[in-house]
Design a protein around this ligand. Structure first.
Ligand code: HEC
Length: 444
């Protein structure tokens, strides 16, 4: 074909294509047809009457006044509360609640077009919300073997947010292997005041593979929409007699007095059955210890001057080959960002995860998809970096004029990455790598 004709053909094709694109763009975006389905899929579990978010986003009348705020929160990816940078390291998660770029575009175009309602005939059928308070794992696993309750708390009708802490003992007289866990507020009303609940396991570590200074690990974190956490097949966590659960519940007032206590259901492997792999709760530190000090926690070195942005970082060597199952950054009110990278024995550096806009309000646990969870050889160094914003620019900062040091209170700081680590033998590591060469999302 002569070049001239090809050129004309190409022009025609290009014109047709841009026309089609423009037509798609000119299609008016409406609440009924385009936005309501996104609200149902990604927002309403938290934003409906009786749920924990401050307003319902179910009907057009409810959503319309929030249009501008919604636009702002979705383009900055503050809502839904999924703050991990999806372009860094592991990119597939079991509990991903983020919006796609296309969904964000739809919302932005809708708001920019004046947030029209559209034809109510286009509305999807309303989403049904579970009105019971049953354990979600029951369908798959039956009722829990043990239920452990936190202490009650009575949240007044009005007042500041509360971080309610209590300690309960797990009623076990012999070591048992844990298969699954689920946390729930004790009552339906309790769901209204419960922003999130974190349950830490406190016990002595029999074989010293956990962080020696912190034999206190994340057992489960609960937030709305959360199901249960089940270990991979033939994998479990060993619970020792005398183990305790330390609770940290973030509660907020909702205009009526509500008394509630969180509870955790534990599903165990049958007595005598020991899973092949053990998962260790590990706090990979970003903070370094003062040299020579052996005290836990209190010796952590952190020094955040007033009106500054500071960083801290630290290294931990994996004593065996391992699979990393999840990432939950832990900082307090000045926390700004956290990065985890792995330095492999051959010197290559692999990004694992990065949360760029950490918000203390949301203790989100990012659970890696089974075939995305990174596996590393023995001797890999996990490098954690934490950033703190002690300036006025940080909306959570109670007082940028204060110097901040290490401590338990939310006005003090901490810095570690909670990760569940499943150790593998060298053979298991080799065969896992061979099986799935693509699982390591290397970037150097
Ligand atoms: C996991 C629960 C959850 C999900 C999912 C969620 N939200 Fe929220 N949202 C909240 C809570 C709780 C707040 C109150 C502020 C906070 O705690 O961060 C909030 C606050 C907001 C605000 C700010 C309200 C104000 O007072 O300024 C907007 C706007 C918002 N959400 C929109 C959305 C949209 C749109 C979606 C879905 C695309 C969504 N949210 C998904 C829980 C959620």
């Amino acid at each position: 074909m002569p070049t001239a004709r090809l050129f004309v053909l190409a022009l025609v094709a290009l014109f047709a294509l841009s026309g089609a694109l423009r037509a798609a763009e000119l299609q008016p975006v409406t609440f009924a047809k385009d936005v309501a389905p996104i609200m149902q899929e990604r927002c309403q579990e938290c934003h409906h009457v009786d749920a924990m978010a401050p307003m319902s986003l179910v009907t057009y009348e409810e959503v319309r006044p929030w249009a501008r705020a919604i636009r702002q929160k979705v383009i900055t990816r503050q809502m839904p509360p999924w703050h991990i940078d999806m372009t860094v390291g592991v990119q597939k998660f079991k509990n991903d609640m983020s919006l796609t770029e296309a969904q964000i575009n739809t919302i932005v175009r809708w708001v920019d077009a004046g947030a029209p309602q559209g034809d109510m005939k286009d509305m999807p059928p309303p989403k049904q919300f579970a009105d019971g308070n049953e354990w979600k794992a029951t369908k798959e696993l039956g009722p829990p073997d043990l239920v452990v309750k936190a202490e009650h708390y009575t949240m007044p009708a009005k007042g500041q947010d509360v971080w309610w802490r209590s300690l309960s003992t797990i009623p076990l007289t012999e070591p048992r292997w844990l298969k699954a866990v689920e946390i729930r507020p004790g009552t339906l009303k309790g769901r209204k005041i419960t922003h999130h609940v974190v349950a830490y396991l406190q016990q002595d570590d029999p074989d010293g593979l956990s962080d020696p200074e912190m034999n206190r690990g994340l057992l489960m974190e609960w937030a709305v929409n959360k199901g249960y956490d089940m270990h991979a097949p033939d994998t479990g966590k060993l619970i020792m007699p005398g183990a305790k659960i330390s609770w940290d519940a973030h509660l907020h007032a909702v205009g009526e007095q509500i008394r509630d206590n969180a509870e955790i259901g534990l599903w165990l492997y049958p007595k005598g059955q020991e899973p092949k792999h053990r998962t260790y709760l590990t706090a990979f530190q970003a903070l370094r210890s003062f040299s020579g000090s052996k005290t836990a926690g209190g010796a952590r070195n952190i020094d955040i001057p007033p009106n500054t942005i500071s960083t801290a970082d630290n290294y931990t060597v994996l004593k065996k080959a391992a699979r990393i199952e999840n990432f939950q950054p832990h900082m307090h009110l000045r926390g700004k960002a956290m990065a985890v990278e792995a330095i492999l024995p051959d010197g290559n550096v692999q990004q694992v995860s990065y949360v760029g806009n950490f918000t203390f309000n949301w203790m989100t646990n990012y659970i890696y998809d089974d075939d995305a969870a990174p596996i590393f050889p023995k001797g890999t160094i996990i490098h954690v970096t934490a950033w703190y914003d002690n300036t006025r620019a940080n909306p959570n900062n109670p007082d940028p004029e204060q110097w901040v040091g290490f401590g338990d209170r939310t006005v003090d700081e901490m810095g570690h990455a909670w990760m569940n680590v499943t150790y593998l033998s060298d053979e298991e590591y080799t065969s896992a790598v061979a099986k799935n060469k693509t699982r390591q999302t290397a970037s150097k």
